[in-house]
Design a protein around this ligand. Structure first.
Ligand code: GSH
Length: 208
């Protein structure tokens, strides 16, 4: 059976929980105490040397980290329902959007949080510089503004179909909007999208 290393109230693990629930994949769940720093301890770093969650261990004993890599693995394991795409072009579009989200939206917003409100929590774990927090937030807001324009007339980030990009973006943006960077009311398409995800039976199922 797959082993799923996760943590409570953490948006990246939640992205994988969304995918597992939508695909109906059974896993053995192992909860790691992220608040206490168990993920940065020697035992967990033997599982995932990056010291972060989520991580998925295959029955063969290979550990996969990174939400998008886990999503692609689960898609091959259980293709139905499709969360990457039905054709080569659709799959390329989904992967393009995920990469754009990582670079333009999620990473800058996460850095904005870590280098400001989250600085005390993260400073024992990684290099923190409060001087860059505000700029990272502005870069993240530019990314969200760009996404807002891309989403005009669209239901989900890749178009009319829900993909793993939504499974990842919704919990991250929701968490960061609560703890650090509220979504600008001017971003009408993102605001409507977040409400749509909140009413989705899996994505909106439990609070972060
Ligand atoms: N790029 C990684 C991000 C993983 C990540 O940032 N995980 C957070 C939880 S949401 C974490 O482990 N934070 C605690 C830490 O870094 O010590 C992915 O896609 O999985």
């Amino acid at each position: 059976m797959l082993k799923f290393y996760t943590a409570a109230r953490a948006p990246n693990p939640r992205a994988v929980e969304n995918i597992l629930a939508i695909k109906g994949v059974e896993v053995e769940t192992i909860s790691i105490d992220l608040m206490a720093g168990e993920n940065r301890g020697d035992d967990f770093k033997k599982v995932n040397p990056a010291g972060q969650l989520p991580a998925l261990e295959t029955p063969e004993g290979q550990v996969i980290a990174e939400v998008s890599a886990i999503a692609e693995y689960l898609e091959e394991l259980k293709p139905d329902p499709v969360l990457v795409g039905n054709t080569a072009a659709e799959r390329a579009h989904t992967r393009m959007r995920m990469r754009q989200m990582d670079y333009l939206v999620l990473s800058p917003m996460m850095m904005g949080y870590r280098h400001s409100e989250g600085a005390d929590f993260f400073s024992p774990r990684m290099r923190i510089d409060p001087a860059i927090g505000a700029t990272m937030k502005l870069i993240g807001r530019d990314g969200l503004t760009w996404l807002d324009a891309q989403m005009e007339g669209q239901t989900f980030i890749c178009g009319s179909q829900l993909t793993y990009v939504d499974c990842a973006v919704h919990p991250l943006v929701l968490f960061l909007s609560k703890v650090s960077q509220p979504i600008d009311a001017d971003l009408k398409n993102i605001t409507a999208y977040m409400a749509r995800c909140a009413s989705h039976e899996v994505l909106g199922a439990k609070a972060l």
